[in-house]
Design a protein around this ligand. Structure first.
Ligand SMILES: NC(=O)c1ccc[n+]([C@@H]2O[C@H](COP(=O)([O-])OP(=O)(O)OC[C@H]3O[C@@H](n4cnc5c(N)ncnc54)[C@H](O)[C@@H]3O)[C@@H](O)[C@H]2O)c1
Ligand SMILES: [Zn+2]
Length: 381
């Protein structure tokens, strides 16, 4: 029986839409999560767009997969849209590619009432946001994230950047999107390894803020890996809600503010990524190892119980993610030096986000160097 007589038989009932609000005064926005949302993006954009001109920025992997359905919905809503398709990969987060996009903005005659649409993973989101922050001193943009990592992390919070040859994300701004539109169905096409990398950040939210959510991920990790739509939607919604709340309290990561807590596992992860030249591990994989290491450091500092640390490690492993370095990875001394370089650049102190239980974390500035150094000597695979 079709409950809605206006709909032809056989059309599945729409899946409930979930909305998470990021509250930032006049820069507030919604994160809309709904299966199938992509086909309806045009009408959703109509509610927020100032003008009718827009440029969709995507990469050559994602463009062919989702570009046509997006283009149809934008056209049906009366938008005058252009498309820029870039090579996939971190290499697109460069000033050269940003310059290419400024040219495309002029070609498409974008003005201050126009909007950029970032369709893709965190690379497209960061790059498009950076161009939106700077073109004509800042125009609107919306995020349409297509990786799990960008749905739960990169697309929310307004950090936009390109890389400099000397440092990742070094040239950037805070520029909040006008909205984030998440269609979990696009994850059907995401490679397994990328899905798991996104799960690392999902697990991170449980560890840093919410034991009940951690337990939800524990109970549903199998479904999440099988891309069960309901489990994924719940995990995305909860992760976004945690990030949205923290960003709402601390938009610009002020000294001592809660946004730093989102870096759980990231001090170790950044050192791993730097020393392996961003080749050996995906960001989420490095975060997985970094979180396991941060838990070991917490146990060594008598902040966290052995039982909780083991539970975190087991969940990371269940998600198909690494918890240890590989035998052939760079030597411990190099990794430790990289941790230090990262910190020195920010004023000398080693700073770690450490869990005091599953669901509570704090920033610690007083971790002795020897304690941090020992973590790099943990057994390898
Ligand atoms: N701004 C922030 O707050 C923030 C937070 C975390 C990460 N980041 C940034 O995000 C970037 C990493 O983002 P990412 O992990 O999303 O990687 P990504 O953007 O490089 O995407 C990974 C790969 O998956 C492909 N892909 C994307 N969606 C797909 C889909 N649905 N189906 C099939 N293939 C798909 C892409 O073409 C790409 O090759 C880094 O540059 C990182 O610095 C930013
Ligand atoms: Zn991260």
């Amino acid at each position: 029986m079709n409950a809605n007589p206006s709909e032809p038989a056989g059309v599945p009932a729409p899946v409930a839409s979930h909305i998470v609000r990021v509250s930032l005064g006049e820069r507030s926005y919604e994160i809309q999560i709904q299966a199938g949302l992509l086909a309806d993006l045009g009408s959703r954009l109509l509610r927020i767009a100032k003008g009718r001109r827009l440029l969709v920025v995507t990469d050559r992997t994602i463009g062919p997969l989702f570009g046509p359905v997006l283009a149809r919905s934008l056209q049906a809503a009366g938008f005058d849209g252009s498309l820029a398709e870039l090579p996939p990969g971190e290499g697109a987060k460069s000033l050269d590619v940003a310059k290419f996009l400024y040219d495309r903005c002029f070609d498409a005659q974008l003005d201050r009432s126009s909007c950029l649409v970032a369709l893709g993973g965190g690379v497209m989101g960061d790059l498009t946001g950076f161009v939106a922050a700077t073109y004509m001193r800042g125009i609107d943009f919306v995020q349409v994230p297509t990786t799990l990592l960008s749905m739960v992390d990169a697309s929310v919070g307004g950090k936009v950047a390109v890389d400099h040859p000397r440092a990742k994300n070094a040239i950037g701004a805070f520029h909040q999107p006008r909205a984030v539109f998440i269609d979990p169905l696009v994850l059907a096409k995401l490679p397994d390894r990328e899905l798991k990398a996104g799960l690392a950040e999902v697990i991170k939210y449980g560890v840093l803020d919410d034991r009940t959510f951690f337990e939800f991920v524990e109970s549903n990790v199998g479904k999440l890996l099988q891309r069960d739509a309901a489990a994924l939607s719940s995990a995305i919604e909860k992760s976004c809600a945690i990030k949205a709340r923290i960003v709402g309290e601390d938009e610009r990561e002020r000294e001592g503010g809660p946004r730093a807590l989102l870096n759980l596992g990231h001090t170790f992860a950044h050192a791993i990524e730097t020393c392996t030249n961003y080749q050996g591990y995906l960001h989420g994989e490095a975060v997985a190892i970094g979180m396991a290491m941060a838990c070991e450091l917490s146990v060594a500092r008598k902040l966290l119980s052995r039982g909780d640390a083991d539970r975190v490690r087991q969940l990371i492993e269940l998600a198909g993610l690494p918890v240890k370095l590989k035998a052939g990875d760079p030597p411990a001394d190099d990794l430790h030096a990289a941790t230090f370089r990262d910190k020195k650049a920010r004023g000398g102190k080693l700073r770690f986000v450490l869990a005091t239980s599953i669901g509570t974390t704090k920033v610690f500035d007083d971790v002795p160097e020897e304690a941090a150094r020992k973590i790099w000597d943990l057994p390898r695979d």
